[in-house]
Design a protein. Structure first.
Length: 579
């Protein structure tokens, strides 16, 4: 089977879904282009900034995409085959993930751009709000742990390609550090000069390309500089990346987050374009099996593991934190929510299919897949796609690894910033000192997990991202279920319409069932594994148990909210005059 045929069918289905179901969702949400959004009502040019869609969509897209739609589909494809993976990506994004993202964004703008947790407080009470905030913070910690370690792993060692060429991890580190400096300069010029966004893009985007190519010639090799092993250098990069997270979460959004998000969006667009070029001109065919069985020795049973392994790309609770944490404060018009909320989720599904195709194009047992590293498998696939353009495989792979790292940065600093908001809300710490302490605490807990990863029976430390990925996936999907639960309560209290149960209620039940089931299996396996620490000392077991308890209490609170709901719908903000 041709990969081109797969891509055409998937793209057509997603486009039709955007035009048809996206229009339905817009009508159900009663989007009004004339109703003032919080970005315009509360404008302060720091957090609340009315932003044109062309700018906001790149920032939102790069923030929600990150490494999730790459790592998850690749792992799921190797576990169960590409058939189940692609079905969940497409159907999940259309019916669950896109609805989740869109409704979270709309709920936030209808509540003065407050977080989804505060929407829960308004409709389910303060105890539910505190439970939800606690759950979110624990989920953020695991996101930071997993993605920090994946990024640090790309900065050490050397990856040898099938044609004998190599890509230096320290070179990727150099490109990455340059990439962080470029947006800061861009942000300063946009802020304090008359440089327009268009010209800034023309100037700074090629500089990012030069950073990708030049990084391989000036590698930042911590192992060589300090005379330590690659494993020690890996841990050093963990510390550096977390230190970056602290700084990035403290500085104004215009200085780094917005310009970096804009440039990072082009990496995603370039990945889509590269895949398009590859499937059209490279003539790649599907070599990997469509179905490998109902259970994988390492991954576990298809139900429910498939649905928590592929999170971003189908449905991800993390997206609600972005939609209600930063994006809702920048949405210029209500009607932009359809493209920014629902449309970008479908675009991310396409990114996930591209990542999955990097498994599909290789035969089972190939040397590329045998390495088992999702970032390298993705990079090797993108390198194959770019061959028709005459780009050297080493440069193409370096570009893909850099793109992968770029996606992760967008997630890491947003997660740290959101973690800071949560701690400040729970503790009441204000001012710059309070912000610093809250940010440091949010980054410090992941640091403890990363530095304290225990050795396995062979005397080596397994990658921390592998240790925490299953728990990250389950907690992330459970966060999506809790978000959908809160949205369903809000919609029912304000609408009293049967469509609420179909559009958000059924997705809530599905995500709740799959994530709780998967989390329970993960904890059972962790506790029973003789190679892991005793369950009393295993942080995965303890924190996973806490998440299960929090989720159970949230469900009880939601049921109580339904029964206590008043007879008449709660009024929503009125539309603008004349609309």
């Amino acid at each position: 089977m041709s990969l081109l045929a797969v891509f055409v069918v998937v793209a057509a289905v997603l486009l039709i879904a955007y035009r048809l179901y996206g229009r339905v969702l817009s009508r159900l949400a009663r989007l009004d282009p004339d109703r003032a959004t919080p970005a315009t009502e509360l404008r302060d040019d720091s957090d609340y900034i009315p932003t044109e869609t062309k700018f906001l969509i790149g920032q939102h897209f790069s923030a929600i995409a990150a490494a999730g739609p790459i790592v998850g589909p690749i792992l799921a494809g190797m576990y169960f085959g590409w058939g189940p993976a692609i079905l969940w990506i497409v159907l999940g994004a259309i019916l669950i993930g896109g609805v989740h993202d869109f409704m979270a964004l709309v709920a936030s703008i209808r509540h003065k751009a407050r977080s989804i947790a505060e929407v829960v407080r308004d409709h389910m009470g303060r105890p539910s709000y505190l439970l939800f905030l606690s759950f979110i913070w624990f989920a953020l910690v695991y996101i930071i742990v997993a993605f920090t370690d994946i990024t640090a792993a790309a900065f050490v060692g050397t990856q040898t390609l099938e044609n004998g060429q190599s890509v230096k991890g320290p070179g990727i580190a150099t490109s990455s550090m340059l990439y962080l400096a470029i947006p800061i300069l861009m942000g300063l010029l946009l802020r304090f000069t008359k440089l327009g966004l268009g010209w800034a893009t023309v100037i700074f985007l090629p500089l990012v390309g030069l950073a990708v190519v030049g990084g391989q010639h000036i590698p930042m090799d911590l192992a060589a500089w300090f005379g330590v092993s690659d494993q020690a250098a890996h841990r050093m990069w963990d510390v550096v990346i977390l230190a970056y997270c602290v700084a990035a979460a403290m500085i104004p959004m215009w200085l780094l987050l917005q310009p970096r998000g804009h440039l990072g969006g082009y990496f995603l667009y370039a990945s889509l374009a590269a895949a398009g070029i590859g499937v059209i001109f490279a003539g790649r065919t599907v070599e990997f099996p469509a179905f490998l069985g109902w259970e994988h020795a390492k991954g576990g049973p298809l139900f429910p593991i498939l649905f928590i392994t592929i999170a971003c790309g189908a449905c991800s609770g993390f997206h609600a934190l972005i939609a209600s944490g930063t994006t809702s404060k920048q949405l210029k018009r209500e009607t932009d929510a359809r493209l920014v909320g629902y449309g970008t989720m479908l675009m991310e599904a396409m990114v996930a299919v591209i990542a999955l195709s990097c498994v599909m194009m290789f035969a089972q047992g190939s040397s590329t897949l045998a390495q088992g590293k999702p970032n390298f498998i993705y990079a090797a696939g993108m390198g194959a796609y770019l061959q028709p353009l005459g780009i050297a495989p080493a440069i193409a792979v370096a570009f893909a690894l850099m793109a992968f790292t770029t996606f992760v940065y967008d997630t890491l600093d947003v997660c740290t910033r959101l973690g800071r908001y949560i701690i400040q809300e729970l503790t009441g710490w204000k001012g710059r000192f309070g912000a610093f302490v809250a940010t440091t605490a949010t980054a410090g807990v992941p640091l403890a997990f990363l530095i304290g990863t225990p050795l396995d029976p062979t005397g080596t430390a397994p990658p921390a991202w592998q240790k925490f990925w299953a728990l990250f996936g389950a907690s992330n999907q459970l966060l999506a279920a809790l978000t959908l639960l809160g949205i369903t309560v809000w919609l029912w209290r304000t609408r009293r319409a049967i469509w609420v149960w179909l559009v958000t209620g059924l997705p809530t039940v599905w995500m709740y069932g799959m994530s709780v089931w998967a989390l329970g299996l993960t904890l059972q396996r962790e506790a029973a594994d003789p190679t892991k620490p005793a369950w009393t000392l295993n942080p995965v077991v303890w924190i996973g148990g806490v998440l299960l308890v929090l989720a159970g209490l949230m469900a009880i609170a939601a049921i109580a909210a339904f029964f206590k709901a008043p007879g008449a719908p709660t009024p929503e903000p009125a539309p603008a005059a004349g609309s």
